[in-house]
Design a protein around this ligand. Structure first.
Ligand SMILES: Nc1ncnc2c1ncn2[C@@H]1O[C@H](COP(=O)(O)OP(=O)(O)OP(=O)(O)O)[C@@H](O)[C@H]1O
Ligand SMILES: [Mg+2]
Ligand SMILES: [Zn+2]
Length: 505
């Protein structure tokens, strides 16, 4: 007896169809699994056997061979449990084999027959619709994320026996469930810029970062409000578009980071990995590569607090994603590309003890210690930080008596207007931070006075060619925030201020 059941696996963030072929023949009881299964799939045998028995069905005491095709695709994860069990029940006549045709099945079984949520269901649902599947049988908990894909019949189930009764039902009797292909309303971001007193300069830098997608480094003593500022960046970025939300949700789903029962992400991601993070956890990896923090931050913000404390190798690994907006993860058997376009916000103290330049507390660090601390950030990475600002602690009186700051909603209005200027000028959604040298010449020309100013500053700030371009990009954003067609001297002057700290470090 032979049965074939359709399923899918996820490679990178894309789903790939897998045919689960089950053959049951007479012979000594034996259960064999072939077709490039990884260790987690090989464990399926025990779960499937227990789940079938504990759901009240008979487990065939024959020779069972399961093949996962195509053979050259590496199969990972427990998502094949359910298709295997259903195929076996079809081979033994509990389900009509024809009932399974054209339906994609995915789900992990517990020993008692209940079905556990799976990773990557959004990608699998999208693939099922693309390939014209009749329906997707999926874990109940993954319903909300799959429901984002419209035009696909969804059959969420909690247990193996529920799956069996669905398959024995006429499709006319299947429940019709609502799909929801619109992102929910954002606004769960309850961190508002109005909580922040003072810090006019840093707030302005945050606004420029949001408007042009520029990476930002904040240098300041403990308690100055660096973390507070960084956490408020997602709230002033434009709302996620539908396509961005799909991409971000797919990544979170594949990484197993989607909230249980969660659907489409509504807010821009904010990821703040600790400085002890490994390079694999940051950029992604593993035997069957999973997305790392840089990809979980896709379309959002990656915040690296205490940046000099990160391992040098970890920081180096950030170069490709910052440059290209994606990361290639290579393993012996496969190489995958994950999207990773984010705004980087980094924070550091001015010195190891944190109090260098503080009017009230004395710094205890020696000059070599300070040099070593700052040196950890030198080189190519620092070259990719468009904005560098000093953040000084706000006096206590200003915290209690000073006026509250402007709200995030008000700042976001200006950011949206500046983004609209960028879109109108170029006709594509890439922000100023991503402009190439040639694009800069075209879209951000300087007048004579501007060129003079930059040339004069170049010596003082020891500007490299890259630093030169960076200043023009930032000036372009500042001009966009001002609604100005051309870059004026005042825009360049402000852009230069965001490099000034660097010349002192
Ligand atoms: N400008 C400010 N307005 C309002 N509250 C502030 C401000 N600056 C600091 N605070 C208060 O101080 C706390 C510490 O701020 P935050 O954690 O952002 O500092 P930090 O610069 O990240 O410090 P560290 O270097 O220790 O990480 C905040 O939770 C907030 O209560
Ligand atoms: Mg902090
Ligand atoms: Zn110090």
């Amino acid at each position: 007896m032979l049965a074939t059941v359709e399923s899918a696996t996820v490679i990178g963030i894309d789903a790939c169809r897998v045919h689960v072929e089950i053959d049951i023949s007479f012979g000594l009881p034996h259960f064999q699994l072939v077709g490039l299964p990884d260790a987690s799939v090989r464990e399926s045998r025990d779960r499937v056997r227990a789940a079938i028995r504990n759901s009240g069905y008979e487990f065939p005491a024959h020779r069972i061979t399961i093949n996962l095709a195509p053979g050259d695709v590496r199969k990972a994860g427990p998502g094949f449990d359910l298709p295997m069990a259903l195929g076996m029940l079809a081979a033994t006549g509990v389900i009509q084999a024809s009932a399974l045709a054209g339906i994609v099945h995915v789900g992990e079984l517990s020993l008692d027959g209940s079905i556990q949520p799976a990773r990557g269901v959004l990608a699998i649902a999208a693939e099922a619709r693309r390939s014209g599947a009749r329906a997707l049988l999926l874990p109940f908990e993954n319903f909300a994320e799959a429901a984002v894909v419209s035009g696909l019949r969804l059959l969420p189930v909690r247990t193996l026996s529920e799956a069996v009764s669905r398959m024995n039902q006429s499709p006319a009797d299947w429940p019709v469930l609502p799909t929801s292909s619109t992102p929910g309303t954002p606004g769960t971001l309850d961190l508002d810029l109005s909580d922040l007193h003072g810090q006019a300069f840093a707030r302005r830098a945050l606004e420029v970062a949001a408007a042009g997608g520029h990476n930002l480094l904040m240098i300041g003593p403990p308690g100055a409000g660096k973390t507070m500022l960084a956490r408020r960046l997602p709230g002033i970025l434009p709302p996620l578009s539908f396509d961005e939300a799909i991409e971000a949700t797919t990544i979170h789903s594949v990484a197993g980071q989607l909230r249980t029962g969660g659907g489409l992400l509504t807010d821009r991601p904010f990821r703040a990995p600790h400085h002890t993070i490994s390079d694999v956890a940051l950029v992604g990896g593993g035997a069957t590569p999973r997305p790392g923090e840089v990809s979980l931050a896709h379309h959002g913000v990656l915040f690296l607090d205490e940046m000099p404390e990160f391992d040098r190798r970890v920081l180096e690994a950030l170069r490709q994603p910052i440059e290209e907006g994606r990361i290639t993860v290579s393993r012996a058997l496969q190489s995958v590309v994950f999207p990773a376009r984010f705004v980087l916000v980094a924070a550091m103290n001015p010195c190891p003890c944190g109090y260098l330049g503080d009017p009230k507390r004395a710094c205890k660090c020696t000059p070599p210690q300070i040099a070593r601390y700052r040196g950890r950030l030198s080189g190519p990475l620092r070259d990719r930080l468009d904005l560098i600002v000093e953040v000084e602690a706000v006096p206590i009186t200003a915290l209690t008596e000073g006026p509250a700051g402007e709200s995030s909603a008000a700042v976001r209005e200006r950011v949206l207007a500046a983004r609209a200027c960028q879109l109108a000028r170029r006709g594509h959604a890439r922000v100023n931070a991503q402009l190439s040298g040639t694009e800069l010449k075209k879209h951000a020309p300087l007048n004579v006075a501007g060129r003079r100013l930059l040339e004069r500053s170049a010596d003082k700030l020891q500007l490299s060619a890259r630093g030169f371009h960076r200043i023009i990009r930032v000036a372009r954003t500042i001009a966009d925030l001002a609604g100005a067609e051309a870059i004026a001297t005042e825009h360049l002057m402000e852009a230069l201020q965001y490099r000034f700290v660097e010349s002192m470090t």
